[in-house]
Design a protein around this ligand. Structure first.
Ligand SMILES: Nc1ncnc2c1ncn2[C@@H]1O[C@H](COP(=O)(O)OP(=O)(O)O)[C@@H](O)[C@H]1O
Ligand SMILES: [Mg+2]
Length: 390
């Protein structure tokens, strides 16, 4: 027999906000048949949910989108997000009233009626696990920037997002995980003699080694470069890079990783480790097709939807594909959009600069600054204010 005391620690504590007694009863019935999830309470009044939550401290909250009363379902979801409690939310809805997964708006998962015990359990457990993994590293956040096709702006955006977050006061490191082509080195005109991840000791990387290989970029971020030549790429071991990144998490608030297009061992481990995968898309048929294939692969690997954010680059240049079609095919509204501005982006790139600093008032820069704010951990925004007081 399993000792009783050993059980509760693994249990996911679920709180249900539901004003229809039959639905509450149905959920209760499904959960009675298992021990992985414990229903800590059912709150019927959305207006009192926040106050009650502070005592209950659930791991996951399930909110009915159709909740009536003073504070309705989706208004409560927004309130929960704004509260900063950081408890993941699953929205319960009906097919006639679809709700899209949108972690930045507080919708971490969606459960559509009718659902069975299996649907309910897998979603609650997956959301809870993903949240636990994302918070295990304290306030640091790792964002892996990925694209299913080259040339969509991945490297340019990774660099500019990093610089924007650093300008906001966050400690940022950028890792060139697209190890074959050393694009970041080329973008910043950094000589081949500057150290790379290959200068780290194999199999025994330690925190003290990092200092010697990190590039202090004048933009305010630190960079771990890929090796300067193509044939050196195969000498980079996925497990060493994985260890290096986990050490970087102790030192930086935001870790941005630019990864290659191919799903090789290095890329996969950097996607696994990430809190957020930022998937760059453009309004281009091939990119979209490859992106959908990639999203399917991610689902098969078991990445929760909330780990993924879609960024449409050059979003005002909708060549060929209608934005509504993009949304329909992705199955959700893209999380972020960056407009196209060759007059700002290209010259900055040619000078090895970030356009967010060379041209901070350009609309394309504002797009990127806003996204950086949403991606960086919350604590990063508080720093400049705190420094002003001290
Ligand atoms: N929003 C944008 N507006 C205009 N040009 C852009 C934009 N984003 C990227 N570019 C340009 O597109 C080209 C490819 O970008 P890059 O970052 O190298 O792509 P990737 O890393 O995906 O291969 C570069 O010349 C870059 O300056
Ligand atoms: Mg690139």
């Amino acid at each position: 027999m399993v000792p009783l005391a050993a059980m509760p620690s693994d249990q996911v504590r679920l709180l249900l906000v539901e004003d229809v007694p039959q639905v509450a009863q149905y959920v209760r019935g499904l959960l009675n048949a298992q021990s992985q999830i414990r229903l800590v309470d059912v709150i019927t009044d959305g207006g009192r949910a926040l106050a009650q939550l502070a005592d209950q401290r659930p791991d996951v909250i399930l909110v009915d989108a159709l909740l009536q009363g003073r504070v309705r379902g989706m208004a409560l979801v927004r309130e929960l997000k704004a509260s900063g409690l950081g408890i993941p939310v699953i929205v319960l809805t009906v097919p006639q009233q679809p709700v899209a997964v949108s972690p930045d708006d507080g919708v971490d998962e969606v459960l559509s009626m009718p659902f069975n015990g299996y649907d309910l359990m897998t979603k609650v457990v997956a959301v809870s696990k993903a949240h636990a993994a994302a918070t295990a590293h304290g306030p640091s956040r790792m964002v892996t920037v990925f694209a299913a096709k080259g040339g969509v702006g991945k490297t340019t955006l990774a660099y500019n997002l990093g610089v924007a977050a650093a300008t906001d006061g966050a400690r940022v490191v950028l890792v060139d995980g697209a190890i074959q082509y050393a694009d970041l080195r080329a973008l910043l005109n950094v000589p081949d003699s500057a150290p790379s991840m290959l200068d780290l000791p194999t199999d025994r990387v330690a925190e003290a080694d990092l200092e010697d290989v990190l590039w202090r970029d004048p933009s305010g971020i630190d960079i771990l470069f890929a090796p300067p030549r193509v044939e050196m790429a195969e000498m980079v071991l996925a497990r060493d890079l994985e260890k290096t990144v986990s050490l970087l998490r102790r030192l930086y608030e935001l870790i941005i990783v630019d990864v290659g297009v191919a799903l090789d061992e290095v890329t996969l481990s950097l996607l696994d480790q990430a809190d957020t995968i930022l998937l760059i898309v453009t309004y281009d048929g091939t990119t979209l097709r490859n992106t959908l294939a990639m999203a399917e692969t991610f689902a098969k690997i078991g990445y929760p939807l909330a780990k993924l954010r879609y960024l449409v680059n050059r979003a005002d240049a909708a060549a060929g594909i209608d934005p509504a079609e993009l949304t329909a095919r992705l199955g959700r509204e893209p999380d972020y959009r960056v407009r196209s501005d060759g007059k700002v982006v290209v010259p900055a790139g040619n000078l090895g600069q970030a356009f967010v600093t060379s041209d901070p008032d350009a609309l394309v820069s504002r797009d990127v600054v806003e996204i950086a704010r949403r991606l960086a951990p919350a604590r990063a925004h508080a720093r400049p204010a705190a420094a002003a007081v001290g």
